[in-house]
Design a binder for this molecule. Structure first.
Ligand code: SF4
Ligand code: SF4
Length: 204
């Protein structure tokens, strides 16, 4: 299969998922004209230079699992399809590997865009398409906010309270603990005043 055929087949599969082909429950599309400005302002990055060359999606290792491909997501943001973007699985499945950002000829950082979209989704109370990933993301950030450093035991506790899947991965957790990979007590940063100033900047 040539690159062009591969991209067309990728787009067709993701397009069917995203558009809800065969799903009669899909609702009418209502674009939000302020969405592009909101995303560009929070991310401090312009998205209009994207000319849909598809190089980002061509290199992304996770397109097989995504419902919207990375270049399609950028186009949807440009078009103001806020709800469709914030409810997509893609914003939670992106691993932040930066392959797309490295390949983009226009310097668009899609990995950073995904962070911004996740943050808007959480701030605006949009129900995540991937609740377990969103739970992990929030538990991680809450632990950093609490002490400036990641305490794995604390993060696992927060994650378990969010997902209620108490026994999932319990065996793995015990093996890590017994090998000293999980510390019982957290190590917090000393300058808590600095932390109080920095955290609100990430919440913008
Ligand atoms: S690589 Fe850059 S310009 Fe090309 S589609 Fe992706 S974001 Fe747009
Ligand atoms: S950062 Fe996300 S969207 Fe970009 S290539 Fe990696 S997984 Fe794909």
């Amino acid at each position: 299969m040539t690159n062009a055929e591969e991209t067309a087949s990728m787009e067709s599969a993701a397009g069917e998922k995203a558009s809800g082909v065969g799903d009669d429950s899909r609702s009418a599309i209502s674009p939000d004209p302020s969405f592009l400005g909101q995303v560009e302002e929070i991310g401090e990055e312009r998205l209009t230079p994207c000319f849909q060359c598809v190089k980002c999606s061509g290199g992304c290792p996770l397109t097989f699992a995504m419902d919207v491909l990375p270049h399609q997501l950028v186009r949807m943001v440009q078009m103001g399809l806020k709800q469709e973007v914030l409810k997509s699985s893609t914003i939670w499945l992106c691993a932040g590997c930066e392959t797309c950002s490295t390949r983009c000829p226009n310097g668009v950082s899609i990995a950073h865009l995904m962070d911004v979209l996740r943050q808007i989704a959480l701030t605006e109370g949009v129900e995540p398409a991937e609740p377990e990933v969103a739970g992990f993301h929030t538990a991680f950030l809450d632990e950093i906010r609490a002490g400036g450093r990641l305490h794995e035991m604390g993060m696992v506790r927060r994650y378990k309270f969010r997902t209620r899947k108490w026994m999932k991965d319990a065996g793995l957790g015990w093996r890590m603990f017994s090998r000293g990979k999980l510390k019982l007590l957290p190590v917090r940063i000393r300058d808590r005043e600095w932390l109080k100033k920095v955290i609100p900047r990430f919440r913008r």
